[in-house]
Ligand binder design. Structure first.
Ligand SMILES: NC(=O)C1=CN([C@@H]2O[C@H](COP(=O)(O)OP(=O)(O)OC[C@H]3O[C@@H](n4cnc5c(N)ncnc54)[C@H](O)[C@@H]3O)[C@@H](O)[C@H]2O)C=CC1
Ligand SMILES: O=C(O)C(=O)Cc1ccc(O)cc1
Length: 363
């Protein structure tokens, strides 16, 4: 039996705690959050076993402490944990930028017990009420150990992360901050800038806002994320973000030139190359990514439509991992997405549904 401590129990802390509760019901989970109602909800939902105070010595009995509060508080809690941690305790965080916390860990001489962490999963929502035990499932979970962490402690944490359904990946803090600047931080800035641009271009009647279709919605969902969190990320990963923004601006200028010059080859190549690379993301199966076994099918707009489909599959003992109606308009309206656990189950499901005249797509 292990004892796990959480400081901060919002979207990410809450999701990890829920996943630990699901996969390790025997673990003892303690938490502190500055929001008392969050702690009350976590107790009544049987997610945590004990409520801690801000500087609670019970964190000293933990095998793992997850720092999941905003970064400036995580940095402060490190100083406190340094004094009370038990030998063998692993302290980890979930922050979106890793350089800043590693600097503090080194300054405090805690490189033997700290492993940076960052689940590459989340949403534009925040707070414990939006946390789920499935948030980190099948998501990469980056770990950034400092140089002095004993290998067996890193292995323990890696196994723990894998045990809750995430895919651990070890990087240096520098690699992490460069990579996430490109694939996470820049996209959030682009989404925000695009929304702000449309806001200024739109007329008083708001025609642009009204007719904004699937493409605009898909690319701007993350513009609804927490302004405070993204302000912090920009202030923490400034150099990497600035560099990648430079590259992006240069690319936009080239695109504008190609359009001004009506350069058909450049314009075609731009879209062809992005389509090929984007399409390759979903099909990568390099042993680290768990391939998703997904079917899409047209769904008649009638009561019981989903129930009929799930019954057809259940009668053939086919388990469904996930099911839901697709909200974007890549397909016609009313497309049902079904995810299976195995390829064999997906193939059997496809054959069964086709036999019953459903129109099935596997992208
Ligand atoms: N939101 C996302 O999609 C992702 C966020 N992250 C990182 O996770 C960290 C937390 O983000 P979220 O869970 O999204 O935020 P959140 O706002 O949902 O949760 C933060 C929690 O910390 C609590 N808190 C605030 N100040 C505190 C303090 N002084 N002491 C104790 N608790 C305090 C809040 O009450 C809240 O429950 C951030 O550093 C963020 O960079 C990482 C991956 C994804
Ligand atoms: O909502 C989304 O798609 C995200 O990109 C969520 C997210 C936000 C911050 C992170 O550090 C990691 C993931």
């Amino acid at each position: 039996m292990k004892t796990i401590g959480f400081i901060g129990l919002g979207l990410i802390g809450g999701s990890i705690a829920k996943a630990i509760r699901k996969y390790h019901p025997d673990y003892h989970i303690l938490a502190f959050d500055q929001n008392r109602s969050t702690l009350a909800a976590a107790v009544s939902g049987n997610i945590i076993d004990g409520v801690c105070e801000e500087k609670d010595n019970r964190f000293g009995s933990c095998d793992y402490v997850f720092l999941c509060a905003p970064v400036e508080y995580n940095l402060k809690y490190l100083e406190f944990l340094k004094e009370i941690r038990q030998p063998g305790c692993i302290i980890t965080d979930v922050g979106s930028v890793k350089g800043i916390i590693h600097e503090k860990v080194e300054a405090l001489g805690m490189t033997d017990c700290f492993v940076g962490g960052h689940p590459m999963a989340g949403s534009e929502k925040s707070g414990f009420e939006h946390s789920t035990d499935r948030l980190v499932e099948n998501a990469y979970y980056i770990l950034t150990p400092g140089g002095e962490i004993p290998l067996e402690r890193l292995t323990d944490l890696t196994e723990m992360i894998a045990s809750i359904g995430a895919i651990p990946m070890v990087l240096t803090a520098d690699e992490h901050d460069f990579i996430t600047a490109g694939v996470s931080h820049l996209p959030h800035i682009i989404a925000s800038a695009l929304v702000n641009l449309v806001k200024t271009l739109d007329n008083d009647a708001g025609y642009m806002k009204t007719i904004a279709a699937g493409g605009f919605r898909d690319i701007t969902r993350i513009a609804s994320s927490s302004p405070v969190m993204w302000q912090q990320i920009c202030l923490e990963n400034t150099q990497n973000i600035s560099n990648v923004l430079d590259d992006y601006i240069r690319m936009l200028i080239q695109i504008r030139c190609a359009i001004d010059n009506k350069d058909p080859d450049y314009i075609y190549q731009m879209f062809a190359s992005s389509r090929d690379y984007r399409d390759s993301i979903d099909v990568v199966d390099n042993g680290l990514t768990r391939k998703a076994y997904v079917l899409y099918l047209d769904l008649a707009d009638e009561a019981g439509g989903i129930a009929t489909i799930t019954t057809i599959l259940a009668m053939d003992n086919i388990s469904i991992k996930n099911i839901g109606i697709i909200h974007n308009r890549e397909f016609e309206e009313g497309v049902l997405k079904i995810e299976f656990y195995e390829e064999e189950a997906m193939e059997r499901g496809k054959a069964l549904l086709k036999k019953r005249n459903y129109i099935v797509y596997d992208r």
